[in-house]
Design a binder for this molecule. Structure first.
Ligand code: OXD
Ligand code: MN
Length: 597
């Protein structure tokens, strides 16, 4: 029971529907976390890690290892509002199906009521959600990735607004039955459902990641993107970093990159150029609004990182490793060494002679399957990151100078180019994406999977309206001269022999330096058909082994390739249907004209 009538009524309604054995309101304390973990250990679902005090390993069901985009629904009243990039089911029909599935689904389990704040508790930029879940694993993860419990209830008061987030693993227990393994439902009964008009989330059947930790993708992106559209702000799939130059001047940069482009690595980058410092504000999501001074301010709505473990090492992401080394972390679907540590492919230490793999089987370096799942994860508090910015929880957010966008493009797209203006930047955001290199369907190899602002799976409404919203933000800016500048970066360009031209990782600080110099009016640039580009010597290569010839290649504009790009953009835009913003057609026409010029 709480002081909030609407919340109480909803909890009562869900309790009657789902029929849990008991209801527990999470207060967010350490004691509560510890006792939930003990429960999970006792049930055989969690393993304490001897080598990492305070850390636990989980193995999910092999069928429940990632976000399930094909079971994710935007159930707006009208199909048109979900647009061509989302799965749609009529909300009444979906609720009927789900009500059937939810009936009695929590039998034998505890229903946890978890109040959480996306963003610092009480910040004017934050929003509150309440997750009702029958998974203690979810409660523990939420305590790391969001701010939960009593402090949130205090802000909610008796009539505060909240987004209701209902979650069940979809595996009721018969009397006396215990979980023998990670509970979840069959694939065809998994539903990650969003009701944008109601601002509600109903998730059923999965216990994993973005399907179950509803504050992250479901709320902070899909539902928040709808709220942002209606309220004139932006909910984006972006990292936020702070970069400080040798003069001690700090700038804040956000960046949108599709999955597997090193977003978390960039957010925690160790610069290779002397005197420059990069600190982290967020690694996955940015909520942005105009401040009183007319600048765009961002908060990280999350409190922790839910990062991909596989491939993370001291070399690829030193600061992420240090964050997990500080304890208090949960690992999911990684290998367990005989001395009680974690191991995964790409961790940077030799494979042990024996371990238990993510499926719970004996594993040796000769095993044919990997020790960790490719999407294995660590959940770890952001506050433990050695380079967390001291203002990362500023309730007013941080002022953004530049927005980066990018993807994996072995050809065509240069290392970096700057948009001519905001609208041109929106155009670049609309065409970003990654080239498909290892597709199972051969016909797609070499094609670009376009992923506007890395939001394709996360826009809670019509993609055309989303892109129009970006234009509207620019048009309604209190002071257009204070809008962030947009830069399209591509760390993944290859030469004709297939060799990477750019070393990436910490060396990306050299590109960030140019970006910052462009913001402060110092960076050297030339005007080209595709945007402003650095001159050959504008990117600091001191101490870096990238030749003039390679730099020229990295910055080359191949007109034939770009004209192919134009054709491919037009083809892609055609899939968005008749409501494509006219400005995007104008932009692609203008690009073609400049190229043919
Ligand atoms: C994530 C994703 O987990 O983008 O952050 O898939
Ligand atoms: Mn993400």
């Amino acid at each position: 029971m709480s002081a909030h009538k609407k919340l109480d009524a909803w909890v009562k309604e869900v309790t009657e529907l789902c029929q849990p054995d008991k209801v527990v309101w999470a207060n967010g304390s350490q004691e509560e976390y510890d006792s939930l973990m003990q429960l999970l250990v006792d049930a055989g679902l969690a393993t304490p890690l001897k080598k990492r005090p305070g850390c636990f390993l989980f193995r999910s069901d092999p069928s429940d290892v990632a976000r399930v985009e094909n079971r994710t629904y935007i159930a707006s009243k009208s199909e048109k509002d979900a647009g061509p990039t989302n799965n749609w089911i009529d909300p009444l029909e979906l609720k009927k199906t789900l009500t059937g599935l939810y009936t009695g689904c929590m039998k034998g389990r505890t229903l946890y009521v978890v109040p959480f704040s996306m963003g610092p508790v009480g910040s004017p930029l934050s929003k509150i959600g309440i997750e009702l879940t029958d998974s203690a694993y979810v409660v523990c993860n939420l305590r790391i990735t969001t701010r939960i419990g009593d402090p949130v209830m205090k802000v909610l008061g008796s009539d505060g607004e909240f987004v209701p987030c209902l979650h069940s693993v979809g595996k009721p227990l018969a009397p006396g039955e215990k979980d023998e393994k990670w509970p979840c439902a069959e694939m065809e009964n998994k539903y990650i459902s969003h009701f944008p008009e109601e601002r509600a989330i109903w998730s059923y059947g999965s216990g994993y990641g973005g399907n179950a930790l509803l504050g992250k993708k479901c709320f902070a992106l899909r539902i928040a993107s709808v709220q942002a559209r209606d309220e004139g702000w932006m909910a984006e799939h972006m990292l936020i970093l702070r970069i400080t130059n040798p003069k001690g001047e700090s700038y804040y940069v956000t960046g949108a990159f599709p999955s597997a482009c090193g977003k978390t690595n960039l957010a925690m980058l160790v610069p290779t150029i002397p005197g420059w410092k990069v600190e982290t504000v967020g690694d996955d999501i940015a909520w942005m609004r105009f401040g009183k001074d007319g600048r765009l301010y961002a908060i990280n709505p999350e409190a922790g990182f839910f990062g991909v473990a596989t491939g993370t090492s001291y070399e690829s992401n030193y600061n992420a490793m240090k964050t997990i080394d500080a304890g208090n972390s949960i690992f999911t679907n990684v290998g367990l060494t005989d001395d009680g540590d974690v191991w995964w492919e790409g961790i940077g230490t030799p494979a042990p002679a024996h371990l238990i793999d993510w499926k719970g089987n004996n594993w040796t370096p000769d095993s044919k399957d990997p020790a960790a799942h490719a999407n294995s994860r660590f959940t770890t508090p952001a506050s433990q990151c050695p380079v967390i910015a001291d203002d990362w929880e500023d309730p007013n957010g941080v002022p953004i100078s530049a927005i980066l966008i990018g993807g994996r493009r072995p050809s065509t797209i240069p290392l970096v180019h700057q948009s001519f203006d905001w609208n041109h930047g929106v155009f670049l955001g609309s065409i970003m994406g990654s080239e498909i290199t290892a597709a199972t369907i051969d016909a797609n190899i070499g094609k670009v999977r376009r992923d506007p602002f890395a939001m394709l799976p996360f826009i809670g409404y019509h993609v055309c309206d989303y892109l129009q919203h970006w234009f509207d933000i620019g048009a309604n800016a209190p002071d257009p001269s204070k809008l962030p500048k947009l830069f399209y970066v591509n760390w993944f360009r290859k030469d004709e022999s297939g060799k990477w031209l750019w070393p990436g990782y910490g060396e990306n600080s050299r590109v960030l330096k140019w970006v910052i110099e462009r913001c402060s009016g110092e960076g050297k640039a030339v005007t080209t058909e595709i945007g402003y580009m650095p001159t050959l010597d504008a990117i600091d290569r001191t101490g870096l082994d990238v030749s003039d010839a390679d730099m020229a290649e990295l910055l080359k504009i191949d007109k034939a390739q770009w004209l192919n790009e134009v054709a491919s953009i037009r083809e892609h835009y055609a899939t968005y249907g008749p409501t494509l913003p006219k400005e995007l057609t104008n932009q692609v026409d203008a690009l073609e004209k400049r190229l043919k010029g």
